[in-house]
Ligand binder design. Sequence first.
Ligand code: FES
Length: 102
Amino acid sequence: MITLVVDAAELGPGQTRVVEHRGTSVLLCNVDGDYYALENRCSHAAARLSVARLDGCLLECPVHGARFDVRDGSVARRPARRAIRTFPVVVSGGKVEIQLGP
Ligand code: FES
C-alpha cells in the first residue's frame, strides 16, 4: 500500500493542497476539519484542479465551472458527467494519510 503523509496543520479549513507521487497528482481538501483526497484532474476536459475553488464540500473547476462533491467525487454540476476518482484518507496523530492503493 502506498501512503502519502501530510501534516494536518499545513492545511486549514477550506484549503486545498496538491500532493504528488510518481505521476499521480492528488488534491487534498480540508472541509471543516474533515479531509478528502481526489485525483487532481477534472473529469470534463482534464484540467488541473489545483486552483479550483472549494466551497464547503463542493469543488468548482476554474475552466468550465463543473462542480464536484469532494466527499465522493460525484458530479454536482455539469458540464462534467463523470465522477472524479477519490482516495481513502485516515487522520492519525496530527497526520493525514492518503492511501493511493497497492
Ligand atoms: S475542464 Fe473542468 S469543467 Fe471543463
